[in-house]
Design a binder for this molecule. Sequence first.
Ligand SMILES: N[C@@H](CCC(=O)N[C@@H](CS)C(=O)NCC(=O)O)C(=O)O
Length: 209
Amino acid sequence: MQLYFKPGACSLSARIILTELEIPFESIEVITERGTTIDGRDYRAINPKGYVPALEIEPGVIVTENPAILQYLADLQPQAGLAAAAGTFERIRLQEWLNFISSELHKAFAPWFSGRSIDEGERSRAEIILARRIDDVERGLSDGRRFIVGEAFTIADAYLFVVLNWAGFISFSLARWPTVADYIARIAARPTVRAALVAEGLLQEEAAQ
Ligand SMILES: N[C@@H](CCC(=O)N[C@@H](CS)C(=O)NCC(=O)O)C(=O)O
């Protein structure tokens, strides 16, 4: 299996899940700005949409879209409990969060990652929208649940952690959301998450031990 990724991007959540499931895989960095893999291949031939992640599950069979990739991986090993079984109401709850993370929270970061500079006005408008979405996460966790769908770690936590972690990249303080901050710290402490961060150069190996 091959994971096409960019360090720290949403593709990191697929790496976390591959690590959780102990699935052997090769990861191939993509320079999305150039439309090539790090070894100079045309990335559009792999994912014509040009963005990461893409998961090649066998030669020429490629899955794109992060929520689909994460569900595909979780369903390979249902006994690991990273996603409730398809067709159950718990799976709908999981998909509800995956959709929210993908279309609302992830996209709320888009102004910072657009590749162009944003002025003060645009930044403060974008911060208001981002804050609303983080309010939604804080509310979701407010009943004391350990993870976003309940008491067990799922693929939604891997994705949510990766996206919330971007707050640090854009110097957006999460101090207003103590429950979210605790949640991030809890996920960051998982050995698989630390290993994935080390693999993408986001954490020093010594700090991960
Ligand atoms: N709808 C896509 C969105 C993927 C996406 O936004 N990928 C970003 C990284 S998180 C990307 O590759 N952006 C292009 C770039 O960084 O140049 C998905 O869920 O997989």
